[in-house]
Write a protein that binds this ligand. Structure first.
Ligand code: SF4
Length: 438
């Protein structure tokens, strides 16, 4: 038995319009990420897959065959471009500025280990995830450093920091794929469309995107299909206008005019939403505009901007890889990532449609061979499930992780699972096999 790259030609899927930007950025830059986040096993797997599939067309999983336990590792997972860029800048800033006060606007990325490591290095958070102030801005001085996280921030906060004399450009880790959404919104706005943002209203990135979009055009955040349907009823006049500002409280830009501002619309999204959800919402709203205004495919542009989804390459790759991985018959899936990570929760959502799925943030949540403590993101509660591993051998387990999860955590999870089976090969043996494989 050996490590193998499972072939599945079916997964010659996605490569949309974001690929060129992704390729350009990847070929131009490499990042200095602390070794503690890396994993020899995962690095060897990723290197091998990259060599064999440079164009990223094969979305089948990698089999790590330990013998009594077989791990099917998703083709793409773990740190994305934006996260590596942010981590690189943050740790370099700490190193180059001894003695300076260094702040982060909020969590750097949605991973508890990375955020804890930054705090342990002396970095302080100015706000929590929901934007609640932890340290007042007026206690900052022009001598301080403020890092803007990968999600970006609002124009209001950018201005507040500039007014304090804090140079934000040098320490801005906003991901270029988030900025791409802002640019797309600007293009839509220039053609007088109202911007509909499919995203989680309280998520840092959506708050930032909403702020940038609203500076160019009337904007509204729609969190899910239920809200899209509701919005559709305001477009057709089925719901009374007075109710609109209550239903979309805190999700609509100042001065939004219901009569005027829903006549021409375009949809963008938070970069980490579920691709199929955004597509369904855009299709639904397009349909509403067609039937309400008597339009067809030839003239729908009069009312509905022709936008593709604005998911980033990592979200697309990771979700497509999960779809590929789910073609494999397995007993359970383990998804590793921060519990407030939007992109990770969508990977869980895809897996749990098909098989028992356990969302954990590190290997310590695997309590024993018989019990696992895992997160239910629907209820936002952790719970313990017993007998999560079937009695049979070999056990087939699908494994993936979110874009802000260090590979070292995934290796820790794999190691722990394999450790429950005394006859398992060691990780070191698997790395050797992988490194010597043609
Ligand atoms: S998930 Fe996408 S948008 Fe977010 S930081 Fe990573 S590459 Fe950028």
């Amino acid at each position: 038995m050996s490590i193998s790259l499972l072939k599945n030609e079916q997964f010659q899927l996605y490569k949309g319009p974001l690929l060129p930007l992704a390729l350009i950025l990847h070929t131009m830059k490499s990042f200095d990420v602390p070794l503690v986040y890396r994993s020899p096993l995962i690095s060897a797997v990723k290197k091998k897959r990259k060599e064999k599939d440079r164009m990223k067309k094969d979305f089948s999983p990698t089999l790590l065959d330990f013998g009594p336990v077989r791990i099917f590792l998703a083709r793409h997972f773990g740190f994305c471009y934006g996260v590596e860029n942010a981590i690189d800048i943050a740790f370099r800033t700490i190193e180059e500025n001894p003695g300076k006060r260094i702040y982060l606007l909020s969590e750097m990325i949605h991973n508890p280990q990375v955020n804890a490591d930054l705090e342990a290095s002396g970095v302080q958070f100015l706000q929590d995830n929901s934007g609640k102030q932890l340290i007042p801005f007026d206690s900052l001085t022009a001598e301080d450093i403020v890092l803007i996280p990968a999600f970006g921030t609002t124009l209001k906060i950018e201005k507040q920091l500039r007014d304090l004399g804090i140079p934000i450009e040098k320490y801005n880790t906003t991901c270029p794929f988030v900025e791409k959404v802002w640019n797309r919104s600007e293009v839509i706005a220039r053609s007088n469309y109202t911007i509909i943002i499919h995203g989680k209203p309280t998520h840092e990135e959506t708050r930032a995107t909403f702020s940038h979009a609203a500076s160019n055009a009337p904007s509204i955040v729609v969190k899910d299909m239920d809200q899209a349907i509701e919005l559709g009823k305001y477009i057709t006049g089925e719901l009374p206008s007075e109710q609109f500002y209550t239903d979309f409280k805190h999700q609509v830009s100042a001065g939004f005019n219901l009569e005027k501002d829903l006549q021409r619309i375009g949809v963008v999204n938070q970069t980490t939403m579920l691709a199929s959800d955004t597509q369904a919402i855009a299709d639904y709203l397009k349909e509403i505009m067609m039937s309400h205004y008597g339009l067809d495919e030839n003239n729908i542009k009069e009312r509905f901007a022709d936008t593709r989804d604005t998911l980033c390459y990592a979200t697309n790759d990771n979700q497509t890889s999960v779809t590929g991985m789910l073609q494999t018959e397995a007993d359970l899936a383990v998804v590793v990532g921060g519990y407030n990570s939007s992109n990770t929760s969508h990977l869980v959502e895809l897996c749990e449609e098909k098989l028992p799925t356990y969302y954990i943030n590190n290997e310590e949540k695997i309590l024993s061979r018989d019990a696992i403590k895992h997160f239910n993101f629907h209820t936002t509660m952790e719970l313990v499930t017993e007998n999560y591993l079937p009695g049979k051998e070999p056990v087939n387990i699908l494994v993936t992780s979110g874009a802000s999860c260090p590979d070292a955590l995934v290796e820790g999870v794999i190691k722990k699972l394999a450790g429950f089976y005394p006859a398992s090969r060691s990780i070191e043996d698997l790395v050797d096999i992988l490194n010597n494989q043609e």
